[in-house]
Design a protein around this ligand. Structure first.
Ligand code: KG4
Ligand code: ZN
Length: 363
């Protein structure tokens, strides 16, 4: 492979259609030359969640426009690219198929090598794109569809230390926001509401803290919030603004406590060494209270803490392009048999988690 490498990345596994151009050199930091994202929030707003069929259609309509914009902004032609990278899973299958078909078409037309990338690998390698973090590092990947602790040892070498047994935290944030009358996506809405709330007013459970290891569960917490909401409505006929704020704050602090406690457990499972780094990625990593708690746990464990900029924590195509640039050193390109995978665990040796991906695996 030549250096520098120029990679076009495509991402369409959930509700963001994205294309990006990334340049990677042998030495020196990777550069994001363009990073185009067409979100679909308005298309799904009336339904209270992502509707897979609507998402897939919107991806099919937007992908080529995003590719054009990404190349224009990078001041590059498609023929300048050394590879075309695309999310090939896990995710909502219709969207992933749209991306894979688009990338195959571009590759077939130009002869540029095609790389199918695991969306989770894109998130997990982001700290190398943004901060050049050396291998190995500990990663908490926490998003709308996933929550797992990984030892990241190489571009295609991940060991899963533990993860959620049911809901992902982002999914819980979104559901709780719906339950208490806040807008979607629920994460930012709850974070804002929590700023005006009392985190001590409701004592919600911190599930699985008594269990060894770093597996987590969030569905019991969700049920506890639902019961409390119902009790408040039964007692006074509805929720006041302050009730909403206090529910949001009490819920958020429970999630923060669970993630912080289990991160400490993950450190206990992670080999002791001179340079330990905790990295966080995925949409929920945008939450400032969660970031602050993880930084504290890192300090307590004498580890560095790296949280990529918010725009690169949520879904984007730069991370897909970058992951392919790294994976080119350890594997060859895919061919036209590349298929979209709704499920695709990063660590194929780890036991599948109970219920993981039940709601349509996002990442
Ligand atoms: O990684 P991402 O963009 O998409 C996938 O799930 O793949 O993550 C989206 C999730 C949503 O559930 C959203 O509510 C959550 O990340 N999120 C947040 C915040 N911003 C986004 N959760 C908590 N606090 C936030 N500030
Ligand atoms: Zn994601």
């Amino acid at each position: 492979m030549p250096s520098p490498r120029l990679i076009l990345g495509l991402e369409s596994s959930c509700d963001d259609t994205a294309a990006a151009v990334v340049r990677v050199t042998e030495d020196g930091p990777a550069e994001i030359l363009s990073n185009v994202i067409a979100g679909q929030t308005e298309l799904h707003a009336a339904f209270g969640g992502v509707v897979p069929e609507i998402a897939a259609r919107a991806h099919a309509e937007k992908l080529d426009i995003c590719v054009k914009q990404a190349l224009t902004q990078a001041e590059m032609a498609l023929s300048d690219m050394n590879a075309i990278a695309v999310t090939a899973g896990p995710g909502l299958i219709g969207g992933v198929v749209s991306g894979v078909m688009c990338a195959k078409g571009l590759s077939a037309a130009t002869g540029i090598p095609l790389y199918g990338v695991n969306h989770l690998a894109g998130h997990a390698l982001t700290p190398r794109l943004t901060d050049g973090v050396p291998y190995p590092y500990l990663m908490l990947l926490v998003s709308g569809g996933h929550c797992q602790f990984l030892m990241v040892q190489g571009p295609d070498d991940f060991i899963r230390l533990g993860g959620t047994m049911d809901d992902a935290p982002g999914e819980a944030f979104d559901k709780i926001a719906r339950l208490i009358g806040l807008s979607q996506p629920g994460g930012p809405a709850i974070e804002t509401a929590a700023l005006s709330g009392d985190p001590e007013r409701f004592k919600f459970p911190r599930p699985l803290l008594d269990r060894p290891g770093c597996d987590m569960s969030f569905s019991g917490l969700k049920t506890a919030v639902l019961r409390t909401r119902d009790a408040l409505i039964a007692a006074s006929g509805g929720l006041t603004r302050q009730d909403q704020f206090d529910l949001a704050a009490s819920f958020q602090v429970a999630v923060v406590d669970v993630l912080a406690f289990k991160t400490a457990r993950a450190f206990a499972l992670y080999p002791k060494g001179a340079d330990r780094t905790l990295c966080v990625a995925g949409g929920v990593a945008a939450n400032k209270a969660i970031r602050a708690a993880l930084e504290t746990i890192s300090n307590q464990n004498e580890a560095a803490f790296v949280a990529p900029p918010l725009a690169l924590c949520t879904d984007n195509a730069a991370m897909i392009a970058y992951a392919a640039a790294e994976q080119m050193d350890v594997r060859g390109p895919d061919d036209m048999t590349l298929s979209a995978r709704p499920r695709w665990p990063l660590d194929s040796t780890a036991q599948p988690m109970l219920g993981s991906g039940k709601k349509g695996a996002k990442a």
